[in-house]
Write a protein that binds this ligand. Structure first.
Ligand code: ADP
Ligand code: 5GP
Length: 186
């Protein structure tokens, strides 16, 4: 059995966070890599749980120190995957990254033997808009900017190993558990 790097992507609001919580609850051999970001924490987010919230200056320093496996800029903020955490954990267990399309393709390029790319898509744009506004964590302008990126992200779906429509989060979680089981045996 191999440990895999499970990379989960999909438009903002599609339900990734919800699915990831289910997966981590049920599989103690799976650990999530917590990314660093320069964006401000949302209500209820804790430093070190959803993200490590760091300043732009610290982010730049860490880029120079080669601390990120990959990083990217979204909506005016930087996001990056900590290299040492991922490399260390992969010796013991599988690692989950919840990152965007560009980051996912970089992860695949850097770790082709390990990376398994899963894209989660919404049942429809209307449903996505509903979920995003239901979450209530962004201003209307921020939501618009996230929705504008959706088409681009969905167009990259063919580059992924698996594409799942997230109707029912529990069902999507079960499908991902099956993918993990199969991929570990490869
Ligand atoms: P993401 O992490 O992809 O941005 P979230 O997990 O934060 O998305 O989900 C966005 C919103 O949609 C949340 O309010 C969440 O409760 C809701 N949600 C998540 N999954 C589903 C689903 N399968 N059906 C309906 N609503 C969902
Ligand atoms: P959010 O602000 O909604 O938490 O995340 C915005 C976007 O950044 C999402 O598409 C998310 O997947 C992406 N993201 C989060 N962490 C990382 C990371 O470490 N690297 C990359 N490339 N993207 C990330």
């Amino acid at each position: 059995m191999r440990n895999i790097l499970l990379v989960l992507s999909g438009p903002s609001g599609v339900g990734k966070g919800t699915i990831v919580n289910y997966l981590l609850e049920e599989d103690k051999n799976l650990v999530k890599s917590v990314s660093c970001t320069t964006r401000a924490p949302r209500e209820g987010e804790q430093n070190g749980r959803e993200y490590f919230f760091i300043s732009g200056q610290e982010f730049q320093n860490r880029i120079l120190e080669n601390d990120f496996l990959e990083y990217d800029e979204h909506f005016g903020n930087f996001y990056g995957t900590p290299r040492s955490f991922v490399e260390r954990q992969l010796k013991e267990r599988s690692v989950l990254l919840e990152i965007d399309v560009v980051g996912a393709l970089n992860a695949k390029r850097l770790m082709p033997e390990r990376a398994v790319l899963v894209m989660v898509t919404p049942p429809s744009m209307e449903e996505l808009e509903k979920r995003l506004s239901g979450r209530g964590s962004e201003t209307e302008e921020e939501r618009e900017s996230r929705l504008r990126r959706v088409r681009y992200e969905l167009e990259q779906a063919h580059l992924y190993d698996y594409v799942l429509v997230n109707d029912d989060s529990r069902l999507t979680k079960a499908k991902i558990q099956e993918i993990i089981r199969k991929e570990k045996e490869k």
